[in-house]
Design a protein around this ligand. Structure first.
Ligand SMILES: NC(=O)c1ccc[n+]([C@@H]2O[C@H](COP(=O)([O-])OP(=O)(O)OC[C@H]3O[C@@H](n4cnc5c(N)ncnc54)[C@H](OP(=O)(O)O)[C@@H]3O)[C@@H](O)[C@H]2O)c1
Length: 165
């Protein structure tokens, strides 16, 4: 059966997604949202993103790590050597999530049908990783949920789901 390929990303107003190998900011509401959506599914990521996880592979999901290194080993994860090999390695049912970072979004966005965005209402001029531009004419908004900053989440943010037309 054909699997639905989705991408999930936290993206700022200026399209930034990361700095110094990590995320832009701590947004616990987004971490919860990410966990809810991806739990029990396969998640595909680049080697840098995998190595940025403080506790290694994310539990309850098949972690698929893409690297060009033939001898790379990733504890608790499946290693793939191309986006195509990553898709072939998918072993968990339902939606498959591309979870970054920049290189892997750029390589796999052409294949992605559904985009789960967390849009942060802020700019991060010192960011060094960015999301590829999304042409709004190629996507329709499926859902949008606006949230205000609060004591735990320092910026206003929206959860937006887009589907490719
Ligand atoms: N805001 C968000 O939602 C979000 C999500 C994820 C990550 N991020 C951020 O994004 C940044 C990391 O992004 P990044 O672009 O540096 O790294 P990345 O995409 O996570 O990983 C890059 C690595 O993936 C491998 N790779 C890339 N393309 C490949 C291909 N076609 N075939 C085989 N292997 C390939 C290479 O590994 P080897 O060098 O081992 O060959 C490459 O060095 C971090 O700041 C991270 O926090 C943000």
């Amino acid at each position: 059966m054909e699997k639905q390929l989705s991408a999930i990303v936290v993206v700022a107003r200026d399209n930034s997604i990361g700095k110094n190998g990590g995320l832009l900011c701590h947004l616990p509401a987004d971490l919860k949202h990410f966990k809810t959506l991806t739990m029990s599914h396969s998640i595909i990521m680049g080697r840098h993103t995998f190595e940025s996880f403080p506790k290694g592979a994310l539990p309850g999901r098949q972690n698929i790590v893409i690297t060009r290194q033939n001898d790379y080993q990733a504890l608790g994860a499946t290693v793939a050597h191309s986006p195509e090999e990553a898709l072939e390695a998918v072993a968990m049912p339902g939606e498959v999530f591309v979870i970054g970072g920049e290189q892997i979004y750029r390589a796999m966005m052409p294949l992605v049908r559904v985009l789960h965005l967390t849009r942060i209402h802020a700019d991060f001029p010192d960011a060094d990783a960015h999301f590829p531009l999304v042409n709004p004419q190629q996507w329709r908004v499926v859902s949008k949920e606006a949230h205000k900053a609060d004591e735990r989440n320092p910026y206003d943010y929206d959860f937006v789901t887009l589907a490719r037309l």
